[in-house]
Design a protein around this ligand. Structure first.
Ligand code: URA
Length: 238
């Protein structure tokens, strides 16, 4: 091959490399590329364990000092659907898992109504320790836990987030709106450069107190079902 053609060819290869065009020609590169894009399960699990450890090292927090256990999460860490509640109650504090009490049972029913369950969604709370007497977490407490929650979201990398109740809504959407005004609308939230479709709905504990509001909750759930379809999100069946 002449020197001229060689130079041209090497420039072309350089260019293809720059635009990742070599992926088309090289199987191995495609695999390597995918590996970089999708964090492997063990990487996710490791990051989650590290995050849980970081949370356990929080100092000077009344919630943590009064709680018996950290309530980190439940569900499938590979899920593209993340659900965020407020904070653990007495049952959750005892079991170390979110949404295991009456509100949790209702949440399970709500998920089931749109063919979801705990094995194909990922569930956590704004705060990871039970507020005494089931009070709402204070603004200071929410502020303290928010960086951990954002880190949690960036590890899971969901495509959809369901915010249950005003504490989760105010924390993630950084607003002080009332839930009745905000529920059922999609918001695009950017966390770590990823766009996440986020919707607010009533907290199941509220629905237990106000069952006539369930009709609105059902409207919101249907929107999530449609969004899963539109975004072509694969739901693992079990
Ligand atoms: N309410 C919440 O917000 N989270 C739980 O885990 C349980 C009840």
């Amino acid at each position: 091959m002449s020197k001229k053609i060689n130079t041209k060819l090497s420039k072309l290869i350089k260019y293809y490399n720059l635009i990742n065009y070599n992926l088309v020609f090289n199987n191995k590169e495609i695999i390597r590329y995918k590996k970089k894009e999708l964090a492997s399960e063990s990487t996710i699990e490791k990051s989650l364990n590290n995050l849980s450890q970081e949370i356990s090292e929080i100092r000077g927090c009344k919630l943590k000092d009064n709680a018996s256990k950290q309530v980190f999460s439940d569900g499938n860490s590979k899920s593209k659907i993340m659900i965020i509640g407020e904070g653990p109650g007495a049952n959750e504090d005892k079991e170390g898992l979110p949404f295991v009490g009456r509100a949790g049972q209702l949440l399970d029913k709500m998920l089931d109504a749109i063919n979801l369950n705990r094995s194909n969604v990922y569930i956590t709370n704004v705060v990871n320790y039970r507020p005494p007497e089931n009070r709402k977490p204070t603004d200071v407490e929410v502020k303290r836990y928010l960086p951990f929650l954002k880190k949690h979201i960036s590890i899971i990398r969901p495509k959809i987030i369901l915010l249950l109740g005003s504490t989760a809504m105010n924390a993630i959407l950084e607003n002080s709106d009332v839930i009745s005004k905000m529920r059922g609308k999609w918001h695009e939230v950017i966390i770590e450069k990823s766009k996440i479709f986020t919707i607010v709905s009533f907290h199941p504990a509220y629905l237990l107190r106000q069952p006539d509001q369930k009709k609105f909750s059902w409207e919101d759930l249907k929107k999530i079902r449609d969004k899963i379809k539109n975004l072509n999100i694969k739901i693992e069946k079990n």
